[in-house]
Design a protein around this ligand. Sequence first.
Ligand code: AMP
Length: 224
Amino acid sequence: MQLILLGPAGAGKGTQARILQEEYSIPQLSTGEMLRHEVKLATPLGKEIKEAMDKGHLISDAILIRMIKNEIEQSHCQNGFILDGFPRTKPQAEALDSMLKTQDMELDAVIHLEVDEEALIERLTGRFTCDECGEGYHVKFKPLTVEGICNVCGSTSFSRRDDDNEDGIRRRLEAFRKQTAPIIPYYQETGKLIVVDGMESIDVVAAEIKAKLNEIKSKSRLTS
Ligand code: AMP
């Protein structure tokens, strides 16, 4: 199954991608994670990326397209994948189409998590991640069960993202409106777009996505 999760920063793409990864045993391909990894390596490219990311700007299409192409061609993606954060521009969406064609793959669904922008600021400024296992938390919406200890792996080390500051957040939301939102009608035309209310709780959103995907799967079984 080939899936795309679309939505602005804080819509819950990463959270839902992790849930879907478990459910369907297909890898989550998060371009944000890939870029943060490059930043950690402190390569010259990583330094350039960090500067742009911290300001809430998008990274060049050429870099992102190369990154995703590299992943999709590997064996861990042969049964499908969940794209989290890609495509974010029309050229990326078009490049993805040709990559899928080459791999003889088709998109199953593009899940658009619709959210209210004002609520996103609170979501983004309160979130943090376990440094060991990558589980995401939020001080209010998804707190740790035991203060200071990760529910999943027991680690005591957590981080906040450098770009989760109010200025950076506003610029990322603007980048979504200007550069990413225009690809929504592109996917609507393909009939693959699923719109989900991303303002619901994590579990409700996950249940709605799964119900819609299962519907798609059973329809495709009937027609194949
Ligand atoms: P995310 O983790 O998806 O919120 O992405 C964090 C940041 O990485 C974004 O604000 C962009 O600067 C950069 N980024 C991630 N994915 C892309 C993409 N597909 N195209 C351009 N920039 C991206």
